[in-house]
Design a protein around this ligand. Structure first.
Ligand code: CMX
Length: 138
């Protein structure tokens, strides 16, 4: 897989409106994008810190992945995303290594990225996202 860098850290929050000012203050930068990802039932807000981003996630559906996470564990770090070159090959490599895939194939995430998740039960409790910016259509 050999990721090039941590693309982003996803943080589940109850309210973007309340969390954004804190992160703007902490990071000394403004939130540069807010985007709803209907497929994932979240609204996202992005900040850049070096090569990495912070992605705040507000649920739009209590039965969605972030809604369920907040209900069960409360606000906090939800996932870590690694940037890879060759997402499909990375997924095959992960599968061959016995890692349980949530997504067998890449799908579209925020910012037009191609993304796929690895199951936290086979990644030592950390929901892991692999992503690739191909600027192409799935
Ligand atoms: N990190 C670590 N563990 C997690 C987790 C997370 N974010 N979310 C769930 N879990 C754990 C639960 O605690 C639970 O563990 P136990 O069985 O020990 O209690 C187990 O996984 C199953 O959890 P669940 O609440 O029953 O939830 P589901 O099985 O319905 O779904 C998961 C869990 C990870 C498969 C699902 O959330 C998923 O498919 N996630 C990928 C998509 C996603 O998270 N999208 C939101 C972000 C989108 C974006 O960044 O754009």
């Amino acid at each position: 897989m050999k990721p090039s860098h941590i693309e982003h850290i996803g943080i589940a929050v109850k309210s973007l409106e309340e969390a954004i000012p804190y992160y703007e203050h902490l990071l000394g930068t403004t939130c540069y994008a807010i985007e709803e990802v209907k497929d994932q039932r979240v609204k996202t807000a992005f900040f850049k810190i070096g090569q990495t981003k912070i992605e705040l996630l507000e649920s739009t559906d209590p039965e969605g992945p972030v809604g369920k996470f907040i209900e069960k564990k409360g606000e906090g770090i939800h996932h870590i995303a690694f940037a890879v070159n060759g997402l499909e090959a990375s997924l095959e490599e992960a599968k061959a290594a016995g890692i349980k895939l949530i997504d067998e194939k890449p799908r579209k995430g925020a910012e037009g990225m191609h993304i796929a998740f690895l199951h936290p039960k086979s990644t030592f409790g950390v929901l892991t996202e692999l992503c690739e910016d191909k600027n192409s259509k799935i």
